[in-house]
Design a protein around this ligand. Structure first.
Ligand SMILES: O=C[C@H](O)[C@H](O)[C@H](O)COP(=O)(O)O
Length: 250
């Protein structure tokens, strides 16, 4: 499948993956549903609205961002939070890239912290994406870097410490000789992106990542790092919409 499909085929692929995941997993037994963020999840929420009568009568949706909360409210879903519903039956979310073991890079829309918290609270975590996100190794398709959420006070020192991480000897953790952390800047606003939690995001180009869990552990221990957009060993299944109208499952 070509990674450079026309935009309408990419949108169709996102929609296919979203519909398949909703139809396969959102049974009437799902009472508390985590709803991820991004452009692909929009199709999932619209699918939920279309099959509303088949869903749990008291369905509560736990959004992972301001964006998904707004969409759910707009479409008339009951929205809840983790204070009230600390255990989530199922979460469906988008991804920027998913590897052969279902490890994922997430946070292209800077929602990685709440997404990680909701995913970790969920019995089942499902990813949906178009075919461009389907990889064998992280960093292969998604070259914009791993999102690292940092408290604003710490961003410069975290940037310096990340740049000093070495891939190690032998096969190495990643292929970039030196990781390149870039402060994500806002569009149509002067200055950096500020997350829903009031933090900044560093996008770090590691090249190809061969040991995502080990890299995650290296990054999360840096003081000032709040969350890392590496979701390792969390997803039970991923759905990739294809440009030919099919859906690949892993
Ligand atoms: O921060 C954003 C999220 O992690 C998204 O789920 C991810 O970026 C995928 O977004 P999209 O569905 O727009 O490709």
């Amino acid at each position: 499948m070509s990674p450079s499909s026309p935009p309408d085929l990419v949108e169709q692929a996102k929609e296919l993956a979203a519909h398949r995941a909703v139809d396969n997993h959102v049974t009437p037994a799902v009472r508390v549903l985590g709803v991820g963020s991004g452009s692909t999840i929009v199709y999932a929420v619209h699918r939920l609205a279309a099959i509303r009568e088949r869903l749990h009568p008291d369905l509560v949706c736990v959004p992972t961002s301001f964006q998904s909360r707004q969409l759910l409210v707009e479409l008339g879903f009951r929205v809840g939070d983790l204070d009230e519903f600390p255990r989530v039956d199922l979460t469906i979310d988008g991804a920027d890239e998913v590897d052969a073991q279902l490890n994922a890079i997430k946070g292209g829309g800077a929602a990685q912290l709440r997404e990680k918290v909701v995913a970790a609270a969920s019995d089942t975590f499902i990813l949906i994406a178009d075919h461009r996100k389907d990889s064998t190794q992280l960093g292969q398709q998604w070259t914009q870097g791993v999102p690292v959420e940092v408290v604003p006070f710490a961003y410069a020192t975290v940037q310096r410490q990340i740049a000093a991480i070495t891939p190690g000897s032998g096969p190495g953790l990643f292929t970039a000789p030196t990781p390149q952390p870039t402060l994500r800047m806002a569009q149509r606003k002067a200055g950096p992106v500020v997350t829903d939690n009031g933090n900044f995001v560093l996008d770090v180009d590691f090249g190809r990542i061969s040991a995502p869990q080990v890299l995650f552990e290296r990054l999360i221990q840096l003081p000032g790092v709040v969350e890392v957009g590496l979701f390792c060993g969390m997803a039970a299944r991923a759905y990739f919409g294809q440009a030919d109208g099919s859906v690949r499952e892993r």
